[in-house]
Design a binder for this molecule. Sequence first.
Ligand code: ZN
Length: 413
Amino acid sequence: MNSWPQLYIPEIPSSFSFPALKIFNTELQAIETLPKRDTYRLYVCGITPYDATHLGHAATYLTFDLIHRYLKATGARVIFSQNITDIDDPLLERAARDNVSWESLARSQIELFRGDMSDLHVLPPDSYVGVVEAMDLIINSVQSLVDQGKTYSIDGDIYFRVHSDPDFGNRSHLSQPEMIKIFSERGGDPLRKGKENPLDALVWMAQKPGEPGWESPFGKGRPGWHIECSAIALHYLEPDTNDAYSIDIQGGGSDLIFPHHEMSASQSASLSHQKFSRNYVHAGMIGFEGEKMSKSLGNLVFVSKLISSGVEPVAIRWALMNHHYSTDLMWKESFIESASREIDSLRVSLSKVDVAPTQRVIEDIISSLSNNLDTPRILEILRQWMSDTNSGTTGGHAGELSRAIDALLGLAL
Ligand code: ZN
């Protein structure tokens, strides 16, 4: 699958130094310093393409874009991969409801998503991979789990024994009853008769009448959700087999911690015989009108609609960065208005010949980013700089600051 177009990242002078990134690791439940490395492997779970990009997606992908930009700025190579769940129950249900083919629905929504990511200045993945195009890879992964004796079949559906991974549960910190409850709320089937353990994960689903299916050694069907990310991450991120971990960061929204990331990590560990990810990083949920933003509640704020109504994408980035990525946010329409005003003020300040000192501002931005992406503090630093500039303080270089906030924050003004 084609990714979206690459973006220009301005150079930051080598006089600026970048401390190691400190980021909250869901597995450890603590902020951890990411070891300095030449190469980082970043996997961020992608969309199921049946609805356009809403602000919850934007907040998640912005979070990992900031990590991506920061790690690149340290001089490291970042290999970034993202999947597209272009075959799944919700996609088939929406296509049937709207009387369109699931393929054309997926194509149109992927196109819209690419455009939204491009508008939001999110750096594109090196590999942007759909499940359909990765089918052989996924089938091989299921086969490997079958060969290892870690699966069993119920009426042609194949389940992975999640407890075959001794680390199962380490990422989500939930009791078995809590897991069962959430699993059932998020598309799992804990009550299915014949399951050895209610939490065992579906890795291959036998074809149902009227649904698409792919030939495999275990019959015609399609993959479960979690195995697709295991297969794609382990292939496209080219893990170093000498390392203790396959990848450095597994990312996504906090609603993916369980079951998706937990199960995907257990399957990946079985496939690679390495621990899956060094860090698990999760972005908070975005709510609107008092509820979590979700398709079922119909309270989604779409990025493309905001942009077509005249909102600048850079104002969306600013509005989201005004809030710390790790906590949930109740979105208000006024956020965009004030973000747009602040972006205008920043442009005015950056266009002045004489501006307040910028070197310290850039150092503070770098230090705040390295401190678990403290974007609210960064916005405060920029507000203070604007205020100093407006009150006539001089000694800075607007171009230098402008290039730094473009490179590090994706604020191309
Ligand atoms: Zn995933």
